[in-house]
Design a protein around this ligand. Structure first.
Ligand code: GLT
Ligand code: MN
Ligand code: MN
Length: 386
């Protein structure tokens, strides 16, 4: 009946259901909720865990006593409700000190502060049991490229990640790090705008095995990219360390809509990809209720994200078991064992044999692969008439 259980490994950031509905043009529309209260509500809905930024739990500048009280109250709520904290991250974007970047600030004092703040936040995450650490470089970007730091910024970012990976090891934290790309907002241009940028950057780090990607549905969609394609490439590279699910209209501001609210077909392809890939990590809903909503709307939003995922998972199973769809898929793939043997694994003989083959181009070009029919079957399955 599409009711989630912790075995589904659905997680939410404290900042997601805790979003108070502020936007660049308007004040908050909802009251803040405490972390223990959020834990109680999410557990009742069937979530697996809660992720956080340091300052989602502990306000910046809090005293040590205040920190310890907030952490112990949260820990009590987590264990009381059977929730875990799989992932932690740092808020390196809200404070004005980070207005021109954190690890990529041109000011060495800001870069040092970003390292200090991240180490303290890694301490906090470890205390709560987190094993994945996310880096979303919200402020790591520019509006003014005349600042001349494009190459320096990449090097500063690399130095910081190398430093923090060693910090994690020296403390025995054992974190795996997940880098989250986004093309823009809040900066005009954010460094490492796509999954491919992150995949290209990771091998330049000192310990690339510790680093993977945390892709987000909305971030690729903002840029007009196909999120399922991005995730496939990340899976192929063995780098899917974490995932942020939500939705978004292309070309809009960062909407962070309820999962499946907008691009249902891509959401379906994504769920099918994740489920068939064997990805076993948490699935985080990094989204928030619409600004129009009250607290009841927040929990309707959270329940909706998880239900839609489970419905799409069921549809994916149906897709794999639908004989007409499977027949269309089989017809789509033309196999030719002789040619496939010739085309795979180079030898000079195979190359010569291939070069000598005559090709019936007209026949190849005339073939209809049946994709209209396959797509219509998919749509009918999603619309619930199959
Ligand atoms: C922020 C951002 C998200 C990131 C979070 C982690 S914070 O809400 O929009 O995409 O995943 O820093
Ligand atoms: Mn995200
Ligand atoms: Mn986002």
């Amino acid at each position: 009946d599409y009711t989630p259980t912790p075995a589904d490994k659905f997680t939410f950031g404290l900042w997601t259901v805790g979003n108070v509905g502020r936007d660049p043009f308007g004040e908050p529309t909802r009251q803040p909720m405490s972390a223990p209260y959020i834990a109680q509500k999410l557990a009742a809905l069937g979530a697996y865990g809660i992720n956080l930024h340091d300052n989602d739990l502990v306000p910046i500048g809090a005293s040590a006593a205040e920190r310890d009280r907030l952490v112990s109250d949260f820990r009590a709520a987590l264990s009381g409700h059977g929730l875990v904290v799989p992932m932690a991250t740092t808020n390196l974007f809200s404070d004005p000190a980070f207005k021109d970047g954190a690890f990529t600030s041109a000011d060495a004092r800001v870069r040092a502060y970003a390292l200090q703040k991240t180490m303290l936040s890694m301490d906090l995450g470890h205390e709560l049991g987190a094993t994945t650490y996310v880096f979303w470089g919200g402020r790591e970007g520019t509006e003014v490229d005349a600042s001349g730091k494009l190459l320096d910024a990449l090097a500063w970012f690399r130095d910081s990640l190398n430093f923090l990976a060693e910090y994690s090891q020296s403390q025995g934290y054992g974190y795996r790090f997940a880098l989250e790309p986004k093309p823009n907002e809040p900066r005009g241009d954010i460094f490492f705008p796509t999954a491919g940028s992150m995949l290209g950057f990771i091998p330049t780090l000192d310990q690339p095995d510790l680093f993977g990607v945390n892709p987000e549905f909305a971030h690729d969609t903002m840029a007009g990219l196909n999120f399922a394609h991005a995730v496939a490439q990340i899976i192929d590279a063995g780098k899917l360390f974490h995932i942020d699910l939500n939705d978004q209209k292309m070309g809009r501001f960062d909407q962070d809509l309820r999962f499946g609210a907008e691009n249902i077909k891509t959401a379906f392809m994504l769920v099918k990809l994740l489920e068939n890939s064997g990805y076993a990590g948490p699935k985080q809903f990094d989204a928030h209720a619409l600004r129009t909503e009250d607290e009841a709307g927040v929990w309707a939003f959270a329940r909706g994200c998880m239900r839609t995922y489970l419905i799409l998972k069921e549809k994916a199973r149906q897709f794999d078991e639908d004989s007409e769809i499977q027949a269309a898929l089989q017809a789509y793939r033309v196999q030719d064992s002789e040619l496939e043997t010739l085309s795979r694994g180079f030898t000079p003989e195979k190359a010569q044999a291939l070069k000598a083959r005559s090709v019936d181009r007209a026949m190849l070009g005339a073939r209809g692969p049946g994709l209209e029919q396959l797509d219509q079957l998919t749509i009918e399955l999603l619309l619930g008439v199959r």
